[in-house]
Design a protein around this ligand. Structure first.
Ligand code: AKB
Length: 338
């Protein structure tokens, strides 16, 4: 019979890396991964099988379907906002057609093993498109200002709707009602900051880039204005939120897509914290007006009350603790050891 497993796509990415460490530490389920890049050795020894390949490769997904009974899909593979702007058609193919492939895979898994398949989808604050002149910092709800201005944001918003279709309306004209096999749940992530991985291709990456540069005594020119403010979260809290939502009783959930956030400092405030930790750091501001316009279209604050009420969102790291207890100690150690 097929082995019951959890599937993680984008496993070599920032969220994937942190999620696999957490899942492996709990030792509750065998992990199968898919990523374009091979996993590093530390990660690979924590999973049952690591497939190096594309989520666009339907034969790869068929092979996984044949060998494994997947009960949970954490679909993290994506082209992030900045990178997606340089190759919007490729971004659509990876972010949308890739997600459609995984939803079809989850539907086929549910049909074959007869159980619901949990499908976790990482949406983003990029699904919003606020008017910067009207954004006074009032936290916005999930159903407000969903007018994204990036291909990545369009992809994320559309895939939220795709997930709702698979969960509630899939092939609704069929004689036998096949919907309901996919239990789709999504989080609109803020900017995420990890101590253990370096960001790649995001427009919220200025916070991570600033910290990682300072810890290597490299000068950093920040591409947003000092007063720029968006929601952020430390990676351990992001992984905790994924698992809290994934494990919440379905009847507790009032919606499929949730905002989350932990802190929303200005870029200047981040610089001050970094300078406090690395007094010699050279951090300047040289706004890239095109990337600035993308960040300005994202809300300064989001209302995450639904996540707190429905499934107990409760970030452990506020801004100060994120820097003092997580980022600075681990990043310093990472670069001290070379
Ligand atoms: C990005 O900057 O593209 C991502 C995001 C905010 O979803 N980190």
């Amino acid at each position: 019979m097929r082995k019951p497993v959890v599937l993680v796509t984008g496993a070599a990415g920032e969220i994937g890396h942190a999620l696999i460490y957490q899942l492996a530490s709990e030792d509750q389920s065998a992990i199968v991964t898919v990523d374009l890049k091979p996993l590093d050795k530390q990660l690979e020894r924590r999973v049952m099988r690591a497939f190096t390949g594309s989520i666009l490769d339907k034969s790869l997904l068929e092979n996984i379907l044949a060998e494994f009974a997947v009960d949970q899909v954490f679909h993290l593979a994506a082209l992030l906002s900045t990178r997606a702007e340089f190759t919007p058609v490729t971004a659509h193919q990876v972010n949308v057609e890739g997600t459609l492939n995984l939803l079809e895979f989850a539907q086929a898994q549910g049909r074959s093993h007869g159980r619901q398949v949990l499908f976790f989808y990482p949406s983003s604050i990029a699904a919003y498109g606020v008017d910067p002149d009207a954004d006074d910092g009032t936290p916005i709800r999930e159903n407000e200002a969903t007018r994204p201005i990036t291909m990545y944001g369009c992809n994320k918003l559309y895939c939220e709707h795709l997930g709702r279709y698979y969960a509630r309306f899939y092939k609704q004209l069929d004689a036998e009602q096949p919907s309901g096999r996919v239990d789709f749940r999504a989080i609109r992530f803020p900017g995420l900051i990890s101590a253990f991985t370096v960001p790649s291709g995001g427009t919220s990456d200025y916070a991570s880039e600033m910290i990682h540069a300072a810890s290597q005594s490299e000068p950093y020119s920040c591409f947003v204005r000092p007063d720029t403010r968006i929601p952020f979260m430390a990676m351990p809290d992001a992984v905790a939120a994924i698992l809290e939502l994934a494990r919440a009783p379905h009847e507790n959930l009032s919606q499929l897509v949730y905002n989350i956030s932990a802190f929303n400092p200005s870029a200047q405030a981040i610089r001050q914290l970094v300078l406090h930790a690395f007094p010699g750091a050279e951090i300047s501001f040289k706004p890239d007006h095109k990337r600035q316009a993308i960040v300005d279209s994202w809300p300064q604050a989001v209302d995450d009350s639904a996540a707190r009420a429905d499934w107990g969102l409760n970030p452990k790291y506020d801004l100060s603790r994120a820097f003092n207890d997580y980022l600075i100690p681990h990043i310093s150690k990472r670069y001290e050891s070379g």
